[in-house]
Design a protein around this ligand. Structure first.
Ligand SMILES: [Fe+2]
Length: 198
């Protein structure tokens, strides 16, 4: 099995209670448009469509279409269209960049080709942004959900260095609410000298 985004797959993973994300579900405006958009721009195939007039868990009358898209390696991204409900809003107190879904691509070529394909159809793309461990582009789907495409660019030693400071950073943050500086090298460019490519 392949490694995770920023962490290799370990033997402990096989023993863990949670094996992976089974599916993550978001609301969409139009299920057909959404299925077509994800296939056209991201190559994500429609796996399954489920529709009911009432919610199975609560028995509430609520006609819906629930679609499941293939996000690679057994990962599934799902959407609900709820035509009788008022249009979806977003938390006005949370900046638009915060809540997002990041999908991994295999290479920088794939990342840049996707950016080109999106921009050719007038979809605004930010990036690539260099996060040292990976490079990312950002854009919005037709429902207003923010998406990130990430390509791993991990260098030897990076994960070990970050692993060492993760709790210290979190404890400092918890007290000060100011960004701890332990891993500043990720975004100030120093990683290139600190973790040279062999
Ligand atoms: Fe992200």
């Amino acid at each position: 099995m392949a490694g995770g985004v920023i962490r290799p797959y370990t033997e402990e993973d096989a023993m863990a209670l949670i094996q992976k994300i089974h599916h993550a579900a978001y609301r969409c405006k139009d299920a057909l448009e959404t299925a077509r958009w994800y296939e056209k721009y991201l190559g994500m195939k429609l796996i399954l469509s489920i529709a009911e007039d009432q919610v199975p868990s609560t028995k509430e009358p609520d006609p819906y279409m629930h679609i499941f898209l293939d996000a690679g390696s057994g990962n599934v991204l799902a959407f609900f269209e709820l035509p009788t409900r008022p249009p979806m809003g977003h938390d006005p107190n949370t900046p638009a960049w915060t809540q997002h879904l990041a999908l991994e691509v295999a290479s920088m070529e794939d990342l840049l080709a996707t950016k080109e394909r999106l921009e050719a159809d007038g979809i605004e793309v930010i990036g690539p942004v260099d996060h040292a461990l990976f490079q990312s582009i950002y854009f919005f789907d037709p429902n207003g959900h923010r998406l990130e495409l990430a390509c791993n660019t991990l260098r030897p030693g990076m994960l070990e260095a970050l692993d060492e400071v993760k709790w210290e950073m979190l404890e400092e943050w918890s007290k000060t609410k100011k960004a701890p500086k332990h891993a500043r090298w990720m975004h100030d460019g120093r990683y290139k000298e600190m973790f040279p490519l062999a």
